[in-house]
Structure formats: C-alpha cells, structure tokens
Write a protein of this length. Structure first.
Length: 171
C-alpha cells in the first residue's frame, strides 16, 4: 500500500488529527490528552483490508523509551522493529469465530507530530472483521483514547477504546 492510495476520508481524518496535535502543542511543552486514530477499510484494487494507525510521536517515543530504557529513532529499522513488535501485540482483528485475522506490517511514516503505521489483512474483506482489540498505548497512558473507524460496504462505523475497554464486537 502506498501513501497515495489513501482515500479522501483518510486524508481528512489524518489532517484533523494533525491539526489536533498542533493545537495541543501550541503554548505547552506537552499535550494534555492522548489519542490515536485507526482507519480500517477494504481496498478493492488489492483485495485486502488496510489498517492505518495514527498516534502522536511524543507518546510513541515515550512509550518505547519506557519499555526499553533508551531513546528511539524511528527512522532506524531496528527501532521500527521494536514499534512493530509492540503494535502487533496490542492491536488485532478477529473473525466471527474469534480467530485472529492475519495482519501484515506494511510500514510506517514518522514526522515531528505523528507516527502513521500501515498494516493490511491480505485478501480479506473488511466485512470479515467481527472483533477489534485495541490496546495501543493504553497500557502506558491510562487516559489514552483510541478511535477506530471501520468502513464496510461504504458504511462507516466508529468505535472507542480506552484502558478499560480494549475489545469490542463490531457486528
């Protein structure tokens, strides 16, 4: 999946998230809220369900520093591997039988405000998603709010995850 494959609603969501990040940092050395946005949608061209996570860079770096006791440079492939291991442990999709759907790591993009992680469920329609587990950053930041937008057959549904609510059925 290439970044130019992003659909217009993904671009709008990413722009809104970036604006929120910038507004949160104006006049303050640290932000007072912790949020992540995940967009899940089917790509008819590839036949796969794409998963795009967006988190605040500061939160991701603080998490990794806390977990590993050192600073991280997410442009370094070894440091990216640590983030990959963490995300794959904390986020998954399941089918109607509760079986995890395979999620492949596609890559990530990092800038000063946000970390965008790309995953995909190969040859899987988004309609096969029956459950979502999202604990990314919730184990580190108790007030973390993760929003997951799931698009199935053109219909968008939004789900909220917190440290007290990590698993949700989508059917």
């Amino acid at each position: 999946m290439k970044s130019n494959d992003m659909k217009p609603h993904r671009i709008l969501l990413a722009a809104a998230f970036a604006c929120a990040c910038m507004c949160a940092s104006v006049g303050a050395p640290a932000h007072s809220f912790h949020a992540g946005i995940t967009d899940i949608s089917y790509n008819a061209r590839t036949g796969s369900t794409e998963v795009v996570h967006t988190y605040m860079t500061h939160d991701v770096e603080a998490l990794l520093t806390n977990l590993y006791g050192r600073s991280f440079d997410l442009s370094d492939p070894d440091d990216q591997a640590a983030l990959r291991k963490y995300v794959e442990k904390q986020f998954w999709l399941s089918d109607k039988d509760g079986k995890r759907l395979p999620l492949n790591w596609v890559g990530l993009q990092v800038d000063t405000d946000s970390v965008v992680v790309f995953q995909e469920a190969p040859q899987t329609a988004s309609g096969k998603v029956a459950g979502i587990h999202d604990a990314v950053l919730s184990d580190f930041l108790p007030d973390q709010q993760n929003t997951v937008n799931l698009t199935v057959d053109g219909k968008l549904r939004t789900f909220g995850f917190t440290s007290g609510r990590l698993d949700l059925a989508v059917n």
